[in-house]
Design a protein around this ligand. Structure first.
Ligand code: ADP
Ligand code: MG
Length: 687
């Protein structure tokens, strides 16, 4: 992927093997590694005395090993124990399968041990504590060390070393803002920020580095938005669409009344598509608010007026689901439009047929994933494009699609709750429709946050729901068993659950499975053949199985509030009472408070605003989704202040991003080149 000179293999200590591990993280080039930001930092604290230790606390203790290591257990599961004393008390240490320690941790040796304190049979102990010679610990103490998202075989140390070298080779982003801008925006210099974000001197500098990088992401994002808007403003409407009989009849035949928000949005779309300009509209509506029907009505109208429509979803599973939903509706309400589904796993034969039928206009509606926007796909006359959860689709991709033939109308569906003021900035190139209310007759989801001791009760509860004919989701953060034993993973969890709940069909789902496997599982679940799906967050976006009434989220404290809210939105989609059980395995007060926000409310906007307030420095780079736009660093909520600054600057500059202007002004040139590099050719060429 990377050519020689920019490949991470040019770094010392990175050979083929390490490079292939980095590839798993999506890191190929020096630039990639420089921008592989830590997700947290570790700080080694001052040492404390043994008599002050409390169970649950993570601490460092300085002491002497009082006995030789004893080894018990059986082959493959050796348990190594010893004791350490600092004069105020004795702490026992346990390591598993680490026989080499026998030659290192000797009786009489002085070390600092760092780890989580537990109580076992009334005695204090640490399991697998890190240990350092006393001198070395003194050097580490007080420093912030980066903690990266890892894959098996890659340690923080290896990643840090690679990052350090890459930064020395001046990989990564560089300063382009003028000194007076840095000063008035109160931003750190970009080069310094790149280093400080990985290896901060202190918390304050880490926070400022993060801000600077966030600014960079937002600024270039907004430049793209403005360029996109400029493009749209010049476009007329080559696909005029009126509201049609078929569209009206469809709405009338639905077994429910549309909500006010749905009705208004349909009207706004009809007006747009009939106007002098091409449509660019985003529908914002909380999970379960019924955006799909609205989109469907628009598609029917477009096809009835002689054009084709395409609907893109972020995953194959979702694409299949939209496809099935549309087919069912069309069968039931006798709408005679050919609908096809095209995803990455489509067979060559089907693919060829679909290509042909798209080109000759036999297919009215195409549903799919990114595969739709591959080179080969030619529509006869694409009039409307709909994307579901567009943050998975870049501005570039949308525009690329728009570049196929005359510009189609674009409609975006999003469940991300973004306050209006922010929405106006980040959706600057679109009009916004809001669906505020959920369909009537929906019962609010009942929530609870409980500790791991309530797992059994929860399983019992799920069993009862399944006996009533319902279904359930269980969410775990990780796929495979990892070093972090406290994190539940889907594969082992499924085993455990199958033993615990015999007679119920339980299947798992995770991101590393083949799309076809995922589809099969989801289809079986939608058909009611599976009782419980154990899944990672791949289930998060858009899945609609109204019969599922329970979602149990393991290690809920590990997820961001936005993610949790999306996950919870998988239930409460039908008329039955639904439940969300969040298992909080953390003892921290902060985690409890954060989860309590979800416990209190089912309103996405409220949760987003509370999320802002409760995020402390502690989880500054924590595991959470960065929200709508898939930024590495920026968070439109947390960074609302600099978003506004970036917005103003992008407004000043966007008109000047041309080769001519770049020649005249070195400041513009830097930005122009970077902008060009970032945006794909197709897009810039259109400017
Ligand atoms: P989302 O906005 O999350 O994409 P969907 O469009 O998938 O929501 O709709 C969720 C569920 O609500 C679907 O089963 C759909 O049939 C149903 N639904 C949509 N609109 C209404 C309505 N006005 N009244 C009752 N149920 C509705
Ligand atoms: Mg949806």
């Amino acid at each position: 992927m990377a050519d020689n000179e920019s490949s991470i293999k040019t770094l010392s200590g990175v050979g083929d093997k390490t490079a292939s591990l980095f590839a798993k993280l999506g890191v190929y080039t020096l630039e990639d590694i420089a921008e592989y930001y830590p997700r947290d930092y570790k700080e080694y604290p001052d040492t404390v005395s043994v008599d002050s230790l409390r169970p649950g606390q993570t601490a460092a203790v300085k002491g002497m090993i009082t006995d030789s290591l004893t080894v018990t257990g059986r082959p493959g599961k050796k348990i190594i124990t010893c004791h350490v004393s600092d004069g105020t008390g004795v702490l026992s240490l346990t390591y598993f399968n680490a026989l080499f320690l026998k030659n290192i941790l000797r009786k009489g040796g002085h070390y600092v041990f760092y780890g989580k304190v537990r109580e076992f049979k009334g005695r204090l102990s640490m399991e697998h504590p890190e240990f350092f010679p006393v001198e070395e610990y003194a050097g580490r103490k007080g420093r912030m060390l980066p903690v990266y998202a890892k894959t098996k075989g890659l340690s923080d140390k290896t990643i840090s070393k690679a990052v350090d070298q890459a930064l020395s080779k001046t990989a990564g982003r560089h300063e382009y803002l003028l000194p007076e801008m840095l000063e008035s925006f109160k931003l750190m210099d970009m080069d310094m920020a790149m280093r400080q974000v990985h290896f901060p001197d202190n918390r304050e500098k880490a926070a400022r580095a993060r801000k600077r990088i966030a600014f960079d992401e937002l600024f270039f994002f907004l430049l793209e938005i403005r360029a996109s808007k400029a493009l749209i403003n010049e476009e007329g409407n080559s696909h005029p669409v009126n509201d049609t009989k078929a569209g009206k009849a469809f709405v009338k035949k639905l077994p429910f009344d549309l909500t006010k928000g749905q009705q208004c949005t349909i009207k706004e779309i009809e007006k747009d598509m009939a106007s002098d300009h091409v449509m660019r509209r985003i529908i914002q509506g909380d999970v379960g608010s019924g955006k799909t029907i609205v989109a469907l009505t628009a598609m029917i109208n477009a096809v009835e007026c002689g054009y084709q429509a395409a609907m893109m979803a972020p995953t194959e599973v979702l694409a299949r689901q939209h496809f099935e939903t549309i087919r069912e509706y069309f069968d039931k309400y006798e709408i005679h439009i050919r609908v096809e589904c095209l995803t990455g796993s489509a067979k060559a034969k089907d693919r060829a047929r679909i290509y042909e039928e798209l080109e000759n206009g036999e297919i009215g509606i195409l549903v799919g994933t990114h595969a739709i926007i591959q080179e080969r796909v030619e529509f006869k006359d694409l009039g409307l494009v709909i994307t579901d959860e567009q943050h998975r689709f870049g501005v570039k991709q949308r525009d690329f699609l728009a570049g196929k033939g005359r510009l189609p109308h674009v409609l975006v569906m999003s469940a991300t709750p973004i306050p209006r003021t922010l929405g106006l900035i980040i959706y600057g190139d679109m009009d916004i429709s809001l669906i505020k209310e959920l369909p009537a007759e929906r019962l609010p989801i009942k929530n609870c946050v409980v500790g791991p001791e309530s797992r059994d009760t929860s399983y019992g509860f799920i069993k009862k729901e399944i006996e009533k004919g319902h279904q359930a989701y269980v969410i775990c953060p990780m796929v495979e068993e990892s070093e972090d034993l406290e994190v539940c993973d889907v594969v082992t969890y499924t085993d455990t659950l199958r033993k615990r709940l015999p007679g119920i069909r339980i299947e798992y789902l995770h991101g590393r499975m083949k799309p076809q496997e995922k589809n099969d599982i989801m289809e079986a679940f939608a058909a009611g053949e599976i009782g419980i799906i154990v899944s990672t967050t791949v289930i998060e976006v858009g899945i609609n199985v109204p019969n599922a009434t329970v979602i149990m989220i393991e290690n809920a404290e590990r997820f961001g509030l936005a993610t949790l809210h999306q996950l919870r939105g998988r239930v409460g989609r039908g008329p039955d009472q639904s439940y969300c059980i969040m298992i909080n395995t953390s003892e921290s007060e902060e985690a409890r408070e954060r989860l309590d926000v979800l416990n209190r409310s089912n309103d996405g906007f409220y949760i987003a605003s509370e999320d802002l307030k409760t995020r402390g420095m502690g989880d500054m780079l924590g595991i959470r989704q960065s929200g709508e736009m898939n930024f590495k660093m920026a968070d439109i909520f947390e960074d609302a202040d600099i978003l506004k600054i970036a917005s103003r600057l992008s407004e000043d500059i966007s008109g000047r991003l041309t080769a001519d202007e770049a020649e005249k002004d070195p400041f513009i040139k830097d930005i122009y080149l970077r902008f060009k590099e970032k945006s794909e050719k197709t897009y810039i060429d259109a400017l």
